[in-house]
Design a binder for this molecule. Structure first.
Ligand SMILES: Cc1cc2nc3c(=O)[nH]c(=O)nc-3n(C[C@H](O)[C@H](O)[C@H](O)COP(=O)(O)O)c2cc1C
Length: 445
């Protein structure tokens, strides 16, 4: 059978992908928004809904960065509520392995798996920075180089807790008065550098045995962590060349952990803009980009690379002629800023200046170019073809779609692109099974 496309939907938390100023945009915190979004995804037979995590309001120049959607409600609260208004949709929550405890996280996901009848997934992230840690008792106690070591033992411990009820079931036999099939379930003892815990886990084995595990991190350590223990990766590489390279790299790491290539799905984040024709979609995409990158957003983005106050800088003119400040604390806090990603800020500034000059771009146009976010642009048939092509060529196993309008921006995709993928025979016309593992084609532990 031809390779099948997996689709999922990301309800954006805090970012400038979401055009909150659009007249069609709704609330980002009211339950009705989450519900409409989830039900649209389920109508399109999506595998799951995805929530990212951000544990502190971001800052720039010592002030709250309030150009994006600010704040987000707690993951478990949202996902548990969504479990009640959906039937098939997987519920994936991003929860970090640094500021939490295995017992608590294992309980929360096992509970969500029970409540949703087997639809829970955990995206394990390793945020470790002191700025985020200040919100917690632990502060900045974890060195960056230890983040995956803690994640590895954290996940191992959580798996031990989930497995601690193996072979024990709740029989609740009213006749005999016997409640459990075996005595003494849930016993665990775990000791390593990070955890020294023992006791009895108090949630019976959940429908998926172990909820599905996602990973989202890009370093060498992160890729190894995923290859060793994750069921899926939420990646940032949705283009042909980068996506293929990432796909090959990570899938190539599985064998050494005794795993096959099908044991780990690669699902990049992707955005889309649809139009009646390709030309109309291109025009619309241009407008969306200008709404996503307002003059203030462009200025703030440039401040992140230059690490300099550019309050008076005209973004309709050329890029700053002076070089980024290399020394000193970063003025942007709590976001994966371009400065954290750029190894050599001066080299990157030079590269951007050369590009802007060659292509006659203003500073804002340049920001729009280098932060390009629309993965799929075109008429529905063009987008369906492209998605299919990417999946067949192993750029990915599918995509986690991030619409620029929430909660209703997903509906055009579901109504116009999904039927075309179905016609091609690369997308389901009904859910494969009852659990998220069934639908993702993943083994049960
Ligand atoms: C596509 C992608 C999505 C991520 N989403 C989140 C997130 O929602 N919350 C978070 O705290 N960190 C998130 N991260 C950050 C990672 O969990 C990790 O902390 C960071 O990437 C550093 O790990 P690395 O060095 O392996 O990349 C994300 C990373 C990637 C690549």
């Amino acid at each position: 059978m031809v390779k099948q496309v997996h689709l999922a939907a990301h309800f954006p938390g805090v970012n400038n992908t979401t055009v909150w100023s659009d007249p069609a945009a709704g609330s980002h915190i009211e339950f009705d928004s989450f519900k409409r979004f989830a039900q649209t995804a389920e109508r399109g037979f999506f595998d799951f809904l995805f929530l990212a995590e951000g544990l502190r309001l971001r800052e720039q120049k010592g002030r709250i960065y309030d150009l994006d959607v600010v704040g987000r409600p707690d993951t478990f609260t949202v996902l548990a509520a969504l479990a009640a208004v959906t039937e098939h949709l997987g519920l994936t929550g991003t929860i970090n392995s640094t500021f939490n405890e295995p017992y608590e996280v294992a309980r929360q996901f096992a509970s969500l798996d029970h409540l949703s009848q087997g639809r829970a997934a955990w995206n394990v992230v390793t945020s470790w920075d002191r700025f985020t840690g200040e919100n917690f008792r632990r502060g900045g106690y974890l060195a960056q180089e230890d983040r995956y070591e803690r994640a590895r033992t954290f996940l191992q411990t959580v798996n031990e807790l989930w497995d601690s009820w193996s072979g024990v079931s709740v029989v609740a036999d009213k006749e005999s008065g016997r409640f459990l099939s075996e005595a003494g379930p849930g016993r665990f003892r775990h000791e390593d550098r990070f955890f020294d815990i023992e006791g009895q886990f108090n949630v019976p084995r959940s429908p998926q045995g172990r909820p599905v595990i996602f990973q989202a991190g890009d370093s060498e350590d992160g890729r190894e962590f995923a290859a060793q223990g994750a069921d899926a990766i939420f990646s940032r590489y949705a283009t042909l060349t980068e996506g293929k390279a990432f796909y090959e790299d990570v899938k190539g790491r599985l064998a050494k952990y005794g795993r096959s290539r099908d044991d780990l799905l690669i699902l990049p984040a992707a955005s889309f803009v649809l139009g009646d024709t390709d030309a109309e979609a291109e025009e619309l995409a241009h407008q969306v980009r200008r709404a996503q990158v307002s003059p203030q957003t462009a200025r703030n983005f440039l401040e992140q690379l230059w690490n300099t106050d550019l309050a008076d800088f005209d973004v309709d003119g050329p890029l700053p002629s002076f070089d980024p400040a290399v020394e000193g604390d970063l003025i942007s806090k709590g976001r994966a800023s371009v400065r954290q990603l750029a190894k050599d800020p001066v080299a990157l500034a030079n590269e951007w200046r050369a590009k802007a000059e060659a292509e006659k771009l203003s500073a804002r146009d340049l920001v729009i170019e280098v932060t390009g976010r629309q993965t799929f642009i075109g008429a529905p048939a063009t987008v369906a073809d492209r998605i299919d092509e990417f999946v067949q060529q192993d750029v990915s196993d599918g995509f986690i779609l991030v619409p620029h309008i929430t909660p209703d921006g997903l509906a055009p995709f579901v109504d116009q692109v999904v039927p075309l993928l179905q016609e091609k025979g690369v997308y389901r016309t009904e859910y494969d099974g009852t659990t998220l593992r069934d639908n993702l084609g993943l083994k049960y532990p």
